[in-house]
Write a protein that binds this ligand. Structure first.
Ligand code: GDP
Length: 445
């Protein structure tokens, strides 16, 4: 799903790595690359334009963040804009005040409507509803049987016209199904309607007639994501011909590009409500724009890290840390203590630090600090004189004994700490000599 776009965006971001600051030229170049990536993904031109304009404007106006490096900032902006273009909030079903809630499916033949009816039925039942599926597709010879088969697999009852009743009237079937639902206490009715191979006025009329007869609470436009730009055109035709409240995107599993998913909301003004990602009944869920965006960026972990880093590091703390790194002053025991507290506060994500340049080294030097460890280290450092903290090499044997007694620890603990500190100090000197730690605090530097 969306592999092409993921790959392209990943390479755009990696070209930003290691940059200390983004110049106007960097931003323009990045915007051009993202534009190409979107066009290659078959995203509709107006959508691409608006997306790029937003990203550029935000990147230019971006506050110089102390918690994020430029690459991370661009990732963050692109991620947020992707969420926005995909619809922002997850769109839930609006249930009717008086049941049954009527959901009507419309779309071209082959879009996956019948399959989706089964999936939706199963999903609704799992959410403690009592759905009824309705076969109002009387065009395609075996559509009714197909829905019955799907319904059976999903464990959801199907309402269908009596066999042998001639061609049948889909409007009458739809109307009768509502009565049936009331009688049998089905709180949701899902109506499968007929589609054609292409946009067709007779099909639109039939769907509009069913709509007028049953007044659906939700009309879902079902569309095959694999048809890319055609999906957008069809979406527009159905919007004009029948109208709908939301979109169900099918066959996302086969969609390497993502053009339909990224365009449809912007072009139609209707949210994507469901995503179908395979032929099995369980390959189906509500469409979550935020999850989809991180999937496209293929960097869920990094995004989580960015958020946590922002939350975890107080601005002034980061500023202090950054100035320690930037200054010519040597790394002291006070800095050491502060650094450990920061790493500890990152909690489980400190496990991920190993993947990042700079931070991995730092964590190894500091070691895995847990709560008790840190308390002991803090006690030891606090039992030192300010001079000892600033100039640890003066800490000789008798000072070590005094510090151990003062902090209620053993001389071996003090020795261990001093050794660890000198290792960290050595590393910090190397980092400073090498021009600072890229992207401190951490993440893809
Ligand atoms: P309808 O004509 O709109 O009712 O479409 P169908 O429900 O009959 O689906 C057409 C074909 O698409 C069938 O072969 C389905 O198995 C397949 N299909 C439906 N949804 C998905 C999906 O999300 N992923 C994949 N890979 N195939 C799907």
């Amino acid at each position: 799903m969306f592999e092409t776009l993921s790959d392209r965006l990943t390479s755009v971001f990696s070209s930003l790595r290691g940059k200390g600051r983004l110049s106007e030229e960097d931003i323009n170049a990045t915007a051009r690359e993202i534009r190409l990536a979107l066009l290659e993904a078959d995203v509709a031109l107006p959508v691409v334009r608006s997306f790029i304009a937003q990203v550029k404007e935000r990147a230019q106006g971006a506050e110089v963040s102390k918690a994020l490096n430029p690459a991370q900032q661009v990732i963050k902006i692109v991620n947020e804009e992707l969420v926005e273009i995909l619809g922002g909030e997850t769109r839930e079903i609006r249930f009717a005040k008086t049941p049954p809630t009527v959901i009507m499916l419309a779309g071209l033949q082959g879009a996956g409507k019948t399959t989706l009816a089964g999936k939706l039925g199963r999903w609704l039942a799992a959410e403690r509803n009592t759905p009824l599926l309705v076969a109002a597709d009387l065009q395609r010879p075996n559509a009714v049987t197909q829905l019955q088969v799907v319904g059976e697999r999903a464990g959801v009852p199907v309402f269908a016209p009596e066999p042998g009743n001639g061609v049948g009237d889909p409007v009458a079937v739809a109307r009768a199904s509502i009565e049936q639902a009331r009688r049998n206490n089905h709180n949701v009715v899902v109506i499968d309607t007929a589609g054609r191979l292409g946009v067709d006025s007779e099909m639109m009329q039939q769907a509009a007639d069913i709509r007028d007869a049953v007044q659906p609470d939700e009309i879902l436009f079902v569309v095959d994501a694999m048809i890319g730009q055609d999906a957008v055109n069809t979406a527009q035709a159905f919007l004009d011909g029948v109208g709908y409240d939301a979109v169900a995107l099918t066959k996302l599993d086969g969609d390497a590009r993502g053009g339909a998913a990224l365009s449809i909301r912007h072009i139609t003004g209707r949210p994507i409500m469901f995503a179908s990602t395979g032929e099995k009944l369980e390959d189906f869920d509500l469409f979550h724009p935020d999850r989809m965006a991180s999937r496209i960026l293929d960097m869920g972990d990094v995004l989580t890290l960015i958020e946590q880093a922002q939350r975890t590091f107080e601005e002034d703390e980061v500023a202090k840390m950054a100035s320690t790194l930037a200054s010519d002053d040597d790394f002291t025991l006070d800095d050491f203590l502060q650094q450990m507290a920061m790493v500890r506060r990152l909690g489980p994500i400190s496990n991920l630090l190993g993947m990042m340049p700079g931070m991995g080294q730092m964590r190894d030097q500091i070691g895995n600090v847990d709560e008790k460890d840190l308390d002991r280290i803090a006690a030891i450092i606090q039992s030192m004189t300010p001079e000892e903290r600033r100039t640890p090499k003066i800490i000789n044997g008798s000072r070590r004994l005094r510090i151990a007694n003062g902090s209620g620890t053993q001389v071996s603990d003090v020795n261990g700490l001093v050794t660890r500190f000198f290792e960290a100090q050595k590393m910090m000197r190397q980092v400073k000599a090498g021009g600072g730690m890229p992207g401190m605090p951490g993440m893809p530097g």
